[in-house]
Design a protein around this ligand. Structure first.
Ligand SMILES: [Zn+2]
Ligand SMILES: [Zn+2]
Ligand SMILES: [Zn+2]
Length: 301
């Protein structure tokens, strides 16, 4: 079991999982554990000669057993592809897989939050290049979600409205990147990363489980469109973290509005924004470019 340690100054949990030191580190394509098990080759994590989308439990999990779960979602059997390069139907199928896993993991004993995310690119420390994302089922609500819930709750009490619906209402054209059936992707006014983008439904939905069929297609389309723009921006695959911010499982938190946040670490084609003293030590982000400018670049990419 991993060890949960309480940080009394920040009021946050820190998870210690020492076995993760042993995890597979930058294998070459011939030894990728996320590829199908090809005939005559050593077995991978997926004991099949091919697959469409595959989900399995992480062999080096941060949370296990009573504490939660860590799953890996392989977007495609094609080692050299990416999420944005998948056909729309494949992304739509993936949305359904995410929905299934969120539904199942939310029901596990002791799980307080289910977080769907992707780390992409060596720049942010990805050790397996095969196109994949992850799902963590946490035994607590993580701090960023707690903060969003607290600001959302306070805004609702004060105004009677959803904070995120108000953010969307204020996101005028200059910071929009793309719109697809009921969804918008935009660089928020308050972005902390140069090419940070939020993807959100116009309708006030709490999680992936609330999407109707048209909205699930819209989500697939807006995500694909944005990720392709990311890769065209500097004519190379752009690294990013993709984080889905849904309501915690259960009936409460009706005021929270589902959205996806993406943070590429780049500030230009060959320069990364490194987190340093102000960001790491004080939590205060400083940017050298305006959201209106980066949104324009992404619109034109
Ligand atoms: Zn692979
Ligand atoms: Zn809302
Ligand atoms: Zn958020």
């Amino acid at each position: 079991m991993s060890e949960l340690r309480w940080h009394p100054l920040l009021g946050q949990w820190v998870t210690v999982a020492p076995w993760r030191q042993e995890r597979t580190y930058h294998p070459d394509a011939a030894h990728c554990p996320l590829c199908p098990t090809r005939p005559g080759r050593p077995p991978t994590e997926i004991p099949l000669p091919d697959y469409h989308i595959a989900v399995f439990e992480n062999r080096f999990p941060s949370y296990t057993g009573e504490q939660g779960r860590c799953e890996v979602v392989c977007y495609t059997a094609d080692h050299d592809s990416s999420l944005g390069a998948q056909p729309l139907q494949q992304v739509r199928d993936l949305v359904e897989v995410w929905q299934d896993r969120v539904r199942d993991l939310s029901r596990l004993e002791g799980v307080r939050y289910v977080f769907v995310f992707e780390n992409r690119g060596e720049e942010i420390g990805v050790t397996l290049s095969h196109p994949h994302g992850q799902i963590y089922a946490y035994p607590f609500v993580p701090p960023i979600i707690e903060t969003e819930l607290a600001t959302g709750r306070a805004h609702q009490r004060k105004t009677g409205r959803c904070l995120y619906c108000d953010v969307l209402a204020g996101e005028i054209g200059v910071r929009r990147v793309v719109e697809e059936a009921g969804w918008v992707a935009f660089v928020p006014y308050f972005a902390r990363w140069p090419y940070e983008v939020h993807v959100a439904p116009h309708r006030h939905l709490g999680s992936l489980l609330d999407l109707d069929d048209a909205e699930a297609w819209g989500f697939a389309a807006v995500l694909k469109n944005l990720l392709q723009r990311y890769d065209r921006l500097f004519h190379k695959p752009l690294a990013y973290v993709m984080a889905m911010h849904a309501r915690p499982p259960g009936r409460g938190h009706r005021y929270h509005h589902f959205h996806v946040e993406l943070y590429p670490p780049n500030r230009s084609a060959d320069k990364l924004k490194m987190l340093a003293g102000s960001e790491i030590g004080a939590g205060a982000f400083i940017l050298d470019v305006r959201a209106e400018e980066t949104a324009k670049q992404l619109r034109e990419a």
